[in-house]
Write a protein that binds this ligand. Structure first.
Ligand code: OAD
Length: 241
């Protein structure tokens, strides 16, 4: 059933890797997903960063190279357009698990990048004074080191077994407090805490909707409605302002 955003006041959209497929970026799971070739528990963890930091760059640095030529697609653009059409009466929060920065590139405004941003680099030493900085070097060949403390530099993203930032936790919590419409797009719904947001929304009596290429496996009973299809095709038909 089509959704008119103007009927809701606290709208939360959660996106995952599926929304960037039409931009030419691979998903992690599902058909053709990155984790079919690579075990994330070996290469995408905090422990991997400590033991083999260059492997972390080899895995994620390639996304920096791709992003030089791959931009937002119609799904990113559509979400940015509808946010701009809403008045101040409607709070719209776009929470993304993606690290590709494509929602901000498309012009979305109230974006929470839960898992960080691949375009930024920071020091792996949490006590170091170096500020995260914009960096487009993929660092896939030589491990970069901090100019201040000489610890390895790392992409400013959240790996498995790492915490979300306090700011991200606070913004997600605030967005979900009074949510009355929750739409998840292009996510397999297996990585926490994002996977639990639908439950929070359901408990708030929000309308909860999943738009994904495949049904959730196992099915998630907290989604009241499910549309199976490509985000870039479904969004304009399903969501209006
Ligand atoms: P996944 O790769 O787990 O799931 C992507 C989902 O998108 C799959 O269910 C696909 O079927 C679906 N999909 C593919 N193409 C689509 C399209 N055109 N339109 C709509 N859906 C489509 O991605 P996430 O759920 O985002 O963490 O993964 C969550 C986290 O796991 C990621 O943020 C990443 C990963 O490990 C970190 O990097 C920290």
């Amino acid at each position: 059933m089509p959704i008119n955003l103007k009927n809701y006041h606290h709208i939360v959209v959660l996106t995952g890797a599926g929304i960037s497929v039409a931009s030419g970026i691979r998903t992690f799971r599902g058909p053709g997903g990155l984790w079919e070739d690579i075990d994330p528990m070996i290469y995408a963890t905090h422990e991997a960063l400590l033991e083999t930091p260059l492997m972390v760059w080899k895995l994620f640095g390639v996304l920096r190279t791709q992003l030089k030529t791959h931009g937002p697609n119609p799904a990113h653009n559509y979400l940015a357009d509808i946010e701009k059409q809403l008045s101040n009466e409607h709070q719209f929060t776009l929470i993304t698990q993606n690290i590709d920065g494509l929602h901000l590139a498309a012009g979305s405004i109230n974006v929470v990048e839960m898992h960080g941003a691949i375009q930024r680099t920071r020091c792996s030493n949490e006590f170091c004074q170096l500020k995260p900085f914009e960096d487009d070097d993929p660092h896939t060949e030589v491990l970069p080191t901090c100019p201040i403390c000489h610890a390895p530099l790392r992409p400013d993203i959240v790996l498995f077994n790492e915490f979300l930032s306090e700011d991200v936790e606070r913004r997600c919590h605030t967005a979900l407090l009074d949510v009355d419409l929750f739409i998840a797009i292009g996510t397999s719904g297996v990585v926490y805490p994002a996977a639990s947001f639908v439950h929070s929304a359901y408990r708030k009596h929000a309308r909860t909707i999943l738009i994904n290429l495949e049904p959730m496996d196992p099915p998630n009973p907290y989604f009241m409605e499910e549309t199976i299809g490509k985000a870039e095709e479904c969004l304009p038909e399903l969501i209006t302002v």
